[in-house]
Every structure is written in C-alpha cells, then in structure tokens.
Design a protein around this ligand. Structure first.
Ligand code: NOJ
Length: 732
C-alpha cells in the first residue's frame, strides 16, 4: 500500500480504533469466537477492544489463523488485518539448538540457516513476526535466560543478532517463507542484579553503550521490523517508560523506525516498579517514552482516550505510534495479502521435513563443546559402551522456548545410538530431577521425577550396566525447565540424584565420558574430576540424539567454543573474559595477598570464553602484522597460519582479540574483534587474515565520544580468550 494511503487510513480511523491498534491480544480472545467472555472479560477487555485489536500473540496454525484473520477483517470498521506474532526462538516445529548453543558454534551462518527454517515453518502456520533475536549480553550464569542469548561477548552477539534478522526476514519480509524479526529486550535485560530474573539493571552509560547496546544496534541495522522493551529498570527507570533510551538511543541514534512493543505487561509493571501511581499514569509514561504496542494489558486501551481527551497526551503522539503499527502491516504486505503464507498444505510439507531435520542435526553437531578428552573419545562402534543417565531416553531437550514443538518428535540418545548400530547398553540410573523437586508452575514438566525407592533400584541397574561395559557415557545435566524465563538459580550444579549416579558409576568404571545437557554454564568441578572426557551438548533440539551419536563416534569432530565462561563455582559469577584492568592485577604465582583475588577460589573460570577442543590438534603460528602503525583511515592486516596437526578432519575457530594498552578511561583486558572458523583436513594448513581498522578500536572515551584513541595496542590471535600469541602496533 502506498504510504499516502496509510496516512489517509489513519485519518479515517476513530480515536478508539486507533488506540486499539496499539493493543495486543492473545488466544484467549478467540476461544469464544471473538466474544469477550471468561478470562478476557475478567481482565477488562471489551468486545470492541477485541474487534479492533491491532496484533495478537501466540496463535498458530494455518487454518486457525486464516479463520481468525478473515472474521477479524470482516468485523473491523476499516478491515485492517491483525499481525500474528509468536516466540519462535530456536525453531518452530523442527527445533535447533538453543541460542546459547548456537553461539558456541561461532558460526553466524548456521544461526541464519536455523532462522530460515524457523521462518519457513512458522510462516506456513500463519506466524508473521517472531520475538527474536534476543540480543541481550549475558554474564551471569545464575540468570536462566542466558540460554536465549548467544553469550557474554558483544562482538559475537552482534554477528549473531544480524544473522538471525537476515535469516527470518531475508531481503524482504513480505516474501514467501519470511517473517518479521523483533529484537529484544531493550535494554540491559541481560544484566539483572544478582542474576535474578526481572530484577533491576544498573549499568554505567559507558558500559551500556560499549558492551550492551551494540548487539541490539546490529539487529536494527540489519533491518529488524520490530523491537521489544525490557522488563527491567535500567539505572532506575523501567525501560518501557525510558524516554531517553527509546526515543534518543533507539530511534535517533540507532535509527530504528519500526514498531516498538512492550514486553508482556511491562507497561502495567511501570506501576509495580513504583514509577507510576496507577495504570493511567503508566500508560501516559509509556506512550510518551515511545512504546507503541501494549502487550497484554489494558493500560492503553482503557486510559489513552481519557488522557488524550483531557489534553494530557497529544493525539499526534498517538498517531505516530498507530502509524508505525500500520507501517508494520504494510511492510509485511498484509493489506494485500492478510494471510501471508498460512497454508495447510505447506504446513504438512514443510514441518519436520527431512531437509529441516538434516539442517537441525548439522547445526547441533557444530554447537557441542569438548571440554576434556584424554583420548577416550571418539568411541568405536564395536567397543561395548554403556549409555547411562536420565538423558539417555529423555525427549525434552529442546530448550525452554520450543513452545510449539512436540518433544515426541525428538530423537533420543538411545534412538540415535541404536540406529547407528553401535555395541551399546542402556540404563537411566535416575530421573533428571530429584524427587520432590518443584519448579514453580512447571509440574507437568517434571512428571518423570522418581521416588527414592525407584531411584535406588535405577542406581543399582546403572552400576551393573557400567560394570559390564568397556566405556561409560554418562548423559546428565540440568532439566529443561531449570533454564529459561523465570529460571534463575543460586546453585548451578546438576541435581543431587545425578551427582550420586556420577559417583557410583565412576567408582566401578573409570572409562567415563560425561555428556552434559545444560541451558547455562554450570559448576562442573566434580564431573571434571571424575570424567575422562566432557562434551557439552546444551539443549540440542529435535535431532539431538543423532547429532550426539555422530560426534561421540567421530563421524564429525566437535568444534564448538564456549560463548560464556564456565565458572569454577557460583562464587565467581559474573565471570567473563573481557573484564576491566584493576589497579592490583592478580598474579597467581605471587605471595602478595593484596591483589585483586579471592582467598578461597581462583580468579579464572574453570573453562574460559572461546575454549573448546577437537578430536584433532591445531597449531597457530605467531602473529604477523603487515606494519606496526595504523592510521585512522587505514587498514592493518594481522595473519596467522593454522595447521591441522592431527589425524582427523576438524575445525578450529581462530579468534582475534585486541587490547587498548592505555586509554582515556580504563579499558578491558582484551576484547574479541574477529573470528574465523575453518575446517581442515589432516596436515592441511591455511593462512587466516584479519583486517584491523580504527573502527574496531572505538569506545566511549572520557568525554563519551565514540572514537579510537591514538596509542599502542596489542593484538592476540589464538584458539581461546587466554591466548598469549601476540603482536603490537600503534594507532596514529
Ligand atoms: C515475555 C518474555 O520476556 C519475552 O521474551 C517474550 O517475547 C514475551 N513474553 C512474549 O511471549
């Protein structure tokens, strides 16, 4: 539709109609064919609100979407279509590994492929916008939502955020099989104090700008149609009411011109935060700040009319937001094609098709991180291997956001190993969670928790099985409901029954491999002390069992690298590689007590950012720089030669870190500024080049100016964030 026609449409709409465009409904509205009954009426929604709603959340299925859309447009005074939105995070029905795992692949293209598959399946089922990517920087493993991020690094997250947007939207979200992306949660949601979900975030403006904002900005630059505000307060202001953040930073500085939606009930929560006295004031603050759409509360629909009629808010402000919603519909092509790709036939053809499953399997294989291996891996098909643990037959390994997927479609480890034809024994040993564990509101998800008597019996069987095998693969980890939204944890270890299983099995069979399922970095010191190999598989998705089998048996070498440090214990958290220099840097050899260190634990995490092994070995040559000075406009090339020195094909992720040796403000000890993943055959070597420009050296200086300061820099190139392989140059 022509833009001029959108403006005309806006001019024709009544005040209430416009307000209702800013309201987001959900499936409860359509239980009684659009009549406000049951929970909908209890929450104060009227039939008029429902009839004129602008967008809806969480309704999926081609037939259902088409029916609702048709009736909605027939009943709407101006026949304006709805937009169907949902959380399609790491897949719709074919589920890819969780985002944190995708970060471990150090391969944004893989995330793009995942987003393409998700968009194809979701759009066939009528979804037009997904609430992804989550570009929140995460440093605190206690926070359950770290699983939805790609990790602790700004540069890595930025590359993923843009790749995901491109995967969902393609060149034009109107095109078949594409959906709109919504970058979230703006801003700083990944920094909740003490790792507790929904808690406040206190970030200096410099930290916010240097570390937290770039990944959102990358998604905006890639063209994300929408953005979502965050639940948290940022420096004491709830995001949905933060005019500076939303108007100046997001719109003016980042150039975002799409529709901005609040997170679920976040406008109402401005009142809970204590910044608004009531819902009316919350509505006023949110619209003034620039929040266009009210997700799931009646703040806008019940109060904007009065606020505008009394002159407390201008109608022009409302019109700007309504126009953005109309523009969103137009960018999705909904005025011409309100059902977009919703198609029952396409649903049947695409959902869980072989091609999608294959892509999900290949993605999963690239996300696994090998933390330890004394040579016990890869396994051999003929050797008798006992697969023990609650994850051997577990199907819930899709991650917390796979709300439309059916765990029944998942390939378990037992199924994967059996179809591979390996000489294997199986025993569950225990349930994933301890008996009596309660995860609030999630009882249906832990129905497999056993009684103590069951557990004793299972443990006995597991020990017998371990005794009969040459090697044991222990499949253990967190429960899927222990990470995700509202899943913060103070103890980041595996459940007690699994610890007991680990100890008992390790007692009778020392050839132990641990396969670890997790939505966050865990404290795995005990596992490390007992296992000869550790493979982190996160929540691997629909093809988990096949992917794990192929990696364990060496069909593919593991190639993941940690996107988030694994702490030695929870007392270190938040622990991340790019911390600031201190006045008393630690020196582990020094006897001086008065250094920045703990008395009882090391400073270093158990496994650092960027770390991960392969079945083969690599050497990386010393860093070569093609000069020792760089101008503000120039380019310096840093190169290394990487060689596969082992006997198998494998991938190394070569990482470029840069340290600003001295700045007008304190700078991080180093920062990731490039990475390249390359697969090499045995004995193969290749030169890798990184172009260094002043752009990569910029930060917010003492005057909050974003610039690269002349001076000396150190370049590190290696295979994890600890590398000391370095060279120096000067920026003129
Ligand atoms: C709340 C979550 O914080 C957000 O990420 C999600 O997109 C919305 N709910 C909608 O489900």
């Amino acid at each position: 539709m022509e833009h001029s026609r959108l403006l005309e449409l806006l001019g024709e709409m009544s005040l209430e109609e416009k307000i209702n465009q800013l309201f987001q409904g959900n499936s409860m509205f359509y239980e009684e064919d659009g009549i406000a009954t049951g929970p909908a009426s209890q929450q104060g929604f009227t039939e008029k609100t429902i009839r004129e709603t602008g967008t809806v959340l969480g309704i999926i299925g081609a037939a259902k979407v088409k029916k609702i859309q048709k009736e909605h447009m027939e009943n709407h005074p101006h026949h304006i279509p709805l937009v169907f939105m949902a959380d399609i995070i790491n897949g719709c029905r074919t589920v890819f590994p969780i985002p944190l795992a995708q970060g471990a692949a150090f391969n944004p293209e893989l995330a793009k492929t995942g987003a393409e598959v998700a968009a194809r399946e979701a759009s066939a089922s009528g979804i037009q916008v997904t609430f992804s990517p989550m570009a929140d920087l995460v440093r605190d493993a206690r926070w359950g939502r770290v699983m939805e991020s790609t990790g602790e690094d700004t540069y890595l997250n930025s590359r993923y955020a843009e790749a995901l947007v491109r995967g969902y939207q393609g060149d034009d979200p109107k095109q078949p099989g594409k959906i709109g992306a919504c970058v979230k949660h703006f801003a700083g949601y990944g920094a909740p104090t003490a790792g507790r979900d929904y808690n406040n975030a206190e970030l200096s403006e410099r930290t916010l700008r240097d570390d937290y904002l770039p990944a959102y900005a990358a998604a905006v630059k890639a063209g994300a149609l929408m953005a979502m505000t965050s639940f948290n307060t940022l420096n004491r202001i709830p995001s949905s009411a933060n005019r500076w953040l939303l108007r100046q930073v997001l719109r003016e500085e980042m150039g975002f011109d799409g529709a901005l939606i609040s997170d679920w009930a976040a406008i109402e929560e401005i009142m809970n935060h204590g910044m608004a006295a009531d819902r009316r004031e919350a509505a006023k603050l949110a619209l003034e700040a620039g929040t266009d759409i009210d997700m799931m509360t009646t703040c806008y629909s019940n109060h904007l009319k009065e606020l505008i009629e009394s002159g407390e808010l201008s109608e022009a402000l409302l019109d700007t937001s309504v126009l953005r919603v109309l523009e969103l519909k137009n960018r999705l092509g909904l005025f011409e094609n309100p059902y977009k790709d919703a198609d029952e036939e396409a649903e049947k053809r695409l959902i869980l098709c072989q091609e999608h499953r294959e892509k999900a399997k290949n993605a999963a294989k690239e996300t696994f991180v090998l933390l330890e291996n004394n040579g016990i891996l890869p396994l051999k098909r003929e050797e008798k291997t006992a697969f023990i643990g609650p994850y051997v037959e577990e199907k819930s390994m899709l991650g917390a956001w796979s709300i439309f997927a059916d765990p029944e479609d998942t390939v378990t480890i037992r199924e994967g190993v059996t179809s591979y034809g390996a000489n294997a024994l199986f025993a569950s040993g225990c349930s994933v969670l301890d008996p009596q564990t309660s995860i609030m509101g999630m009882s249906e998800l832990y129905k497999n928790a056993k009684t103590q008597t069951d557990l004793d019996e299972l443990l006995g069987e597991a020990v017998d099985t371990a005794l009969r095998a040459d090697k044991v693969v222990l499949c253990i980890g967190e429960h899927v409901a222990q990470s995700g939204e509202a899943a913060s944890r103070g103890d980041i270890t595996i459940p007690e029954c699994q610890k007991k299983l680990l100890r008992e099995v390790a007692r009778v069979n020392k050839n132990l491999v641990a396969v670890l399922f997790n939505g966050r970095p865990l404290d795995i010191r005990e596992i490390k002390s007992l296992a000869k190999a550790i493979l982190v598989v996160w929540m691997p998705g629909t093809e988990g069992g096949n992917a794990i089998t192929e990696v364990l048996y060496g069909k593919t070498s593991p190639s993941g690298k940690l996107p988030m440090s694994f702490p030695c214990c929870v007392g270190q958290v938040p622990v991340f590689y790019n911390e600031f220099k201190t006045g008393r840097p630690n020196d582990a050899q020094s006897k001086n007590r008065f250094l920045s260190r703990y008395l009882d634990i090391p400073n270093e995490p158990l496994y650092p950012f960027g770390y991960g092994l392969s079945y083969t070995g690599f050497t990386i040559s010393p860093v070569r720089l093609d000069g020792n000075t760089l101008t503000q406009e120039g380019t310096l090339t840093a190169s290394v030669t990487v060689k596969n020195t082992g006997k198998r094909r494998g991938a190394e992720t070569v990482q470029l870190y840069i340290r600003d040796d001295a700045g007008s403000v304190v700078r991080p000890v180093r920062e990731l500024r490039g990475f390249q993943k390359l697969w090499l055959e045995p004995e193969e070597e290749r030169e890798i080049r990184f172009e260094i420009t002043a752009e990569l050296l910029k930060f917010h200086d003492i005057h909050m100016k974003y610039q690269a300061e002349p001076g000396s820099f150190t370049v590190f190139i290696g295979n994890d964030s600890r590398t000391q392989n370095q060279a120096a140059f000067t920026l003129l």
